[in-house]
Design a protein around this ligand. Sequence first.
Ligand SMILES: NC(=O)c1ccc[n+]([C@@H]2O[C@H](COP(=O)([O-])OP(=O)(O)OC[C@H]3O[C@@H](n4cnc5c(N)ncnc54)[C@H](O)[C@@H]3O)[C@@H](O)[C@H]2O)c1
Length: 258
Amino acid sequence: MTADGDLAGRCALVTGAGQGVGRGLALALADAGAEVLVNDVRVDRAEDVVAQVRDKGGRGRSVPFDVTDHEEVATAIAAAGPVDILINNAGNAGAGPFTVGRAFHDTGPADWEPFLRVNLYGVMHCTHAVLPAMIERQWGRVITIVSDAGRTGDRNSAVYATAKAGAAGFIRSIAMEGGRHGITANNIALGTMRTPLTEALWDEPDSPRAKAILQNYVIRRPGTPDDVAALALLLAGDQGSWITGQTIPVNGGYSFAL
Ligand SMILES: NC(=O)c1ccc[n+]([C@@H]2O[C@H](COP(=O)([O-])OP(=O)(O)OC[C@H]3O[C@@H](n4cnc5c(N)ncnc54)[C@H](O)[C@@H]3O)[C@@H](O)[C@H]2O)c1
């Protein structure tokens, strides 16, 4: 496992890092010695996290942009300087409460667009912007946060699941292109987490909905950002240099079979 300071001298960009999983990853990377570029479309959230990084003695900068806007992403990343470690975390699971979706036949193209734009195009935009400097430096790490939904499918979230599956496939291709340049690219596939996105669900842990979800987990609790950070640090450091093209679940042993 990564010891404190292993990422000293590295610059890590975490998208959607203003709260939840991304915030946890930004703090963990800073603890490991990286300078962290904290991205969020919500500037206030990103600045709060930068303040938390600095309070702990780490180095961080707020780099606000909307991952769905290719031009904005390219300009902001060019201005920020070379990125060694990209964590594609910004995601959109739905406009309403996390767990309430709609059957695909009740949706239309206008409903699909936001999911594809953030979860798939966002990953492509950010990866496209960081790769040239990684290739020049012959070192890079691209880590994308995907979902069990992309692996297993998800009822009432078909387009979210599609976007996450697409992102995972994209990253496997980037691993193939990046290998000869010292770049690894992997996905971390999450099960249900406890973050602001899902807080409403876990506020009532004994509700039928929460119980129904947890019964599919060998470890009967939602995941936390810290559960993700340990693997992300392994993949981000030099010790992860022969792990690439993988989609690794961090999901409490999620299974349909339980
Ligand atoms: N929470 C879960 O149960 C769960 C499960 C599986 C996968 N995931 C994935 O994990 C990642 C993080 O999830 P979370 O629960 O921490 O989410 P969250 O909603 O709590 O936080 C996401 C952050 O991303 C930011 N963001 C959204 N759209 C953006 C954009 N276009 N550009 C820049 N920033 C943007 C938001 O402002 C927010 O601060 C997402 O990719 C999500 O799909 C989450």
